[in-house]
Write a new protein. Structure first.
Length: 483
């Protein structure tokens, strides 16, 4: 699971706002039947489940997306806030901790026609989130059926078809020729997967999910904040990286589960070294750390082999910044085997991965410390070049109150007026403005309760913050959160 918001401020000039299952095991083959066409569709089941979660008060479903759509949803469904189905969902959260991906997953487990289970529930499909069981899932599906009937949801979503089609077309254009579905079937442990569907989650808040139902994998994408009057646009590179990552989970989580007899001990050693970092990311046990490690490493391999150099650099930087400095080495290990004509995943893969984990855990993580020191020195050297930020407001790591605010960036020299801010960007509520000397930039924003914002200032591949003398600001991050 991946939990980032894909807002975007790109190339702004003043006045222009430019945002597990143990099925078939073994190794995939090139002959596997995986479609190459990118199927993209807004799914009313996902939208309905998200509406219910919003009305039930789930914090993770409150963030705004496409403003005109959000307004229409609010106007239609707000009168049903006290519907019995919403009480059912609140009870499921209280009793079984239903949240985040579990909501989307339950929606996709409902048949499109009548909300009956899309798969037999006996025997229980063990790839579903463990927070669900047959009784609780049936309770949700029955509640969804009642809610859809009583609210006229089917007709409402049909009435939004023009907007849905516009979103689908934009995402399809972003991904066509870039999302290679055969990669999974050819290189990863076979899991009986035959279909991929990209689902824009227009009401899913800040988060994106990969959900498997039967032989189909759904990549549910978060939606950037798009204000009324702005063109519907999605950051293509971020979408690609996100989907490549999420689709890997449905293949590699089961492989990790099957390999724990070999991986458990070295994974525990490594986890003991990095536990505070992992827990801060909600990766609270060695198994989940392994899921993320294998997925991140194979994502790097995918990007490298498909020539996505800019996306690859950002992915490596993100892995290192989030406490996974070993993923490039793990990607190299898997790529080396493949280059030698071996499968990426065979009988020797788990022992090789175990040895790598032991190496990074040795001497209380001495290799991790050395890598962190090397990266810190390199980062300091890079950041010292070109224009400098003398003040950021809010300060790095600050905790703020929700509501309207202003981001301020103070530079040590006059800038030329270009702006490039990527990542988890708050909703921009007004025109960014420079002071007369072009050394202070102010951006009015709205901060959402519970959000964590990680902004990326400039990038290696785009023009952005540049001094009047032509010196480019070295790319850097800026993080703060909201209570």
């Amino acid at each position: 699971m991946n939990t980032i918001r894909h807002g975007l401020l790109l190339g702004l000039l003043l006045g222009a706002l430019a945002p597990t299952s143990a099925l078939a095991r073994g190794t995939g083959s090139a002959a596997a039947a995986v479609p190459q066409a990118i199927e993209v569709r807004v799914d009313p089941r996902v939208e309905l489940a998200a509406v219910m979660a919003r009305l039930a008060g789930f914090d993770e479903y409150q963030a705004r997306g496409i403003e005109t759509y959000d307004r229409a949803v609010d106007a239609h469904f707000a009168p049903f806030r006290d519907h019995p189905s919403i009480a059912t969902l609140r009870a499921l959260r209280e009793q079984r901790r239903i949240a985040y991906n579990a909501v989307v997953e339950a929606g996709l487990m409902g048949a499109s026609v009548d909300w009956s289970p899309a798969l037999p529930l006996a025997p229980w499909p063990d790839n579903l989130d463990p927070r669900w069981d047959a009784t609780s899932l049936r309770s949700f599906l029955q509640a969804a059926r009642r809610f859809e009937r009583d609210t006229g949801a089917r007709a409402f979503f049909a009435g939004q078809r023009v907007l849905h089609a516009e979103v689908e077309a934009r995402i399809r254009a972003n991904l066509q020729q870039r999302l290679d579905l055969r990669w999974y079937a050819q290189r990863l442990p076979a899991q009986g997967i035959r279909h991929f569907v990209v689902v824009p989650g227009l009401l899913d808040g800040l988060n994106s999910y990969a959900v498997r139902v039967g032989d189909t994998v759904y990549g549910v994408l978060a939606t950037p904040t798009i204000r009324a009057g702005e063109a519907i646009d999605y950051p293509a590179d971020a979408q690609l990286a996100l989907l490549v990552h999420e689709f890997h989970h449905v293949y590699l989580n089961p492989w990790v589960d099957d390999s724990m007899g070999i991986l458990a001990t070295p994974a525990q050693r490594l986890f003991d070294v990095v536990a505070p970092t992992m827990r801060s990311l909600a990766y609270g046990e060695p198994r989940i750390m392994l899921y993320e490690s294998l997925v991140r490493a194979n994502t790097l391999s995918y990007l490298r082999q498909h020539g996505e150099e800019a996306v690859l650099r950002r992915a490596i930087a993100e892995d290192r910044g989030k406490g996974f400095p070993w993923t490039p080495a793990l990607a190299d290990l898997l790529d080396t085997a493949e280059a030698a004509g071996k499968p990426r995943f065979d009988a020797g893969t788990a022992p090789a991965v175990a040895a790598l984990l032991d190496d990074w855990a040795a001497d209380n993580g001495a290799r991790i410390v050395a890598e962190q020191q090397r990266l810190a020195a390199e980062q300091a050297r890079v950041l010292a070049q070109g224009p400098q930020l003398t003040t950021l407001s809010p300060a790095e790591g600050a905790r703020l109150a929700a509501g309207d605010s202003v981001l301020e960036l103070h530079f040590d020299r006059p800038m030329d007026g270009r702006i490039a801010i990527f990542g988890d960007v708050p909703t921009v509520t007004g025109k960014p403005a420079w002071d007369e000397a072009k050394q202070v930039l102010r951006i009015p924003v709205r901060l959402e309760a519970g959000a964590r914002y990680r902004l990326l200032l400039n990038s290696e591949s785009d023009d952005g913050f540049t001094s009047r003398a032509g010196e480019k600001l070295s790319p850097r991050s800026w993080t703060f959160s909201v209570d």
